[in-house]
Design a protein around this ligand. Structure first.
Ligand code: SF4
Length: 493
């Protein structure tokens, strides 16, 4: 992945940029389970999909642009021999929509083959790339995944697998959940802050690593647990189990709260919390903090649905009796990749995507629930749509705090100039979107709904202070950025 605050011009909301998976099976080809799990992770990246397998002698790979269903055909799956493998779905940053950045990334070197799938974004990739280039490593992309691959390959020339991964982890700084295949051994690594999710599942005949537990469900497997922040998990090649190595420990984690708010599937369990229930709890908190009695409460589909159901439930418990209603119908054939090159066309896109149901809107006071406001374009359109349809009042409630800063950890959010809340306060935004009232959820309510302290969450995009040392940005904790030039590689072994 490339450095990450770039914004593709045709998206209206934040975009997750990757999903990763890895499997080791006893006596069954890995390709098909990998393919199914990538389907389950399609929401995490729609621009390219890839699988690399190993049959004990050599790697086989197929990486292609497009959705999983378009990237593979039956013959591709048949060709991917071997009982272990890793996979990836990806959404690249603007300007790198080409196959050289698609993953898994593969490299062959003196002591074997490596394949890597990465979810997240390093903030010191350039420093390591410069050092390795100076040592003669040739790079084929500007992505940070290739930097990790080269660094790991170099360490594997001098150290065993576990020490090599530990050395690489001591050098890379930023967000990473990785599935790696070294020859036929599949590993999972999660960065010491646990920024992006990664979990372990058990199948009848093997083990699986995946960004989200929904991928494990798809394979009829059982979620074993999350990979811990700073942990390396090595799957046994015969599918009989896995070994765990806690390679780095930190006092606090920095889980991305937006995974629970928006990116992850509601049916996934991440860091012990079912995403759907977290969203319902966020909706309940929203009622507690800024509930308003209206005739109906309705979600912006699909992401606002769980929030709205929690909000409506809490309002009914409080005796307000705000009725939950589906007032906006989604055209499910307009995908997330729908291309909208100009602002004017982006505005029109809302009508293509969503249509109001007149009987639930006309003559009513409405609370409209969404998970976030990025630029404000969609919210403005939705408020206008409901008012055009006869809504008497439209009150917006947002299940997250205002987004005031970009994300450098692998989420395609927007630049500061594009973020409406980076430049305007809540009253100004309410006026801009022409809502009758507008309230966001507080950061403390988010922490409460996630059952975490603020110190264990990444809140960079809502505070402007990050858990990593990023050039030109403030940090929210003591952060040690690794020294790259001249560091003694073996010192921490
Ligand atoms: S900055 Fe925001 S979107 Fe990015 S990792 Fe942190 S919480 Fe998640």
């Amino acid at each position: 992945m490339t450095h990450g605050s770039g914004q593709s011009p045709h998206r209206s909301g934040p975009t997750e940029k990757c999903g990763v998976v890895g499997v080791a099976l006893d006596d069954r080809a890995a390709a098909r389970p990998l393919y199914y799990s990538l389907y389950a992770l399609q929401h995490r990246g729609q621009e390219s999909a890839g699988i690399v397998t190993h049959d004990g002698f050599q790697q086989h790979d197929h990486v292609s642009m497009g959705l999983v269903g378009d990237a593979f055909d039956e013959a591709d799956i048949e060709r991917l021999n071997g009982e272990s493998g890793i996979g990836h779905v990806r959404y690249p940053t603007a300007g790198s929509l080409d196959k050289s950045c698609a993953q898994p990334f593969t490299v062959s070197f003196k002591s074997g083959s490596l394949a890597l799938s990465h979810n997240g974004n390093l903030v010191n990739a350039d420093e390591i790339r410069d050092e390795l280039a100076g040592l003669g490593h040739a790079f084929t992309s500007d992505g940070d995944t290739e930097v990790i691959a080269h660094d790991l390959a170099r360490n594997l020339l001098e150290a065993d697998l576990v020490r090599a991964v530990k050395r690489t982890m001591s050098r890379i700084h930023g967000s990473y959940s990785l599935t790696i295949m070294h020859d036929e051994t599949v590993l999972g690594v999660r960065d010491p802050e646990g920024n992006r999710p990664l979990c372990i599942g058990e199948l009848e005949d093997g083990y699986v690593l995946a960004s989200e537990s929904a991928a494990i469900d798809t394979l009829d497997g059982d979620l074993v647990r999350d990979v811990e922040p700073g942990e390396l998990v090595v799957l046994h090649e015969d599918g009989s189990g896995f070994d765990s190595y806690q390679l780095v420990e930190r006092e606090n984690t920095a889980h991305c709260f937006f995974e629970h708010v928006y990116f992850a599937r509601p049916d996934s369990v991440i860091d012990d919390e079912l995403v759907y229930e977290v969203r319902r709890e966020l909706g309940r908190q929203l009622w507690d903090e800024s509930g308003i009695e209206t005739d109906v409460v309705m979600p912006v589909p699909d992401s606002g649905r769980a929030f709205a159901s929690g909000y409506a439930e809490a309002s009914q418990e409080a005796g307000a009796g705000t009725e939950f209603a589906e007032g906006l119908m989604k055209n499910r054939y307009v995908g997330r990749t729908f291309i909208m090159p100009t602002q004017d066309e982006r505005e029109r896109a809302v009508r293509l995507k969503l249509n109001p149901i007149k009987s639930t809107v006309e003559g009513k006071t409405v609370t409209l629930i969404d998970d976030s406001i990025v630029r404000g374009t969609t919210s403005t359109q939705l408020v206008a749509l409901l008012k055009d349809c006869g809504a008497e009042e439209v009150h917006m409630r947002i299940g997250a705090p205002p987004i005031v800063a970009p994300c450098y950890m692998g989420i395609d959010m927007a630049t500061r100039e594009e973020l409406i809340a980076a430049n305007q306060d809540v009253d100004d935004i309410r006026d801009a979107i022409e809502a009758d009232s507008l309230s966001y959820l507080s950061i403390d309510a988010v922490a409460k709904a996630l059952s975490r302290s603020r110190a264990d969450l990444c809140l960079g995009c809502v505070t402007g202070e990050y858990p990593y040392d990023i050039d030109g940005e403030a940090t929210d904790r003591e952060v040690e950025r690794p020294v790259i030039e001249g560091a003694d590689l073996a010192a921490d072994d």
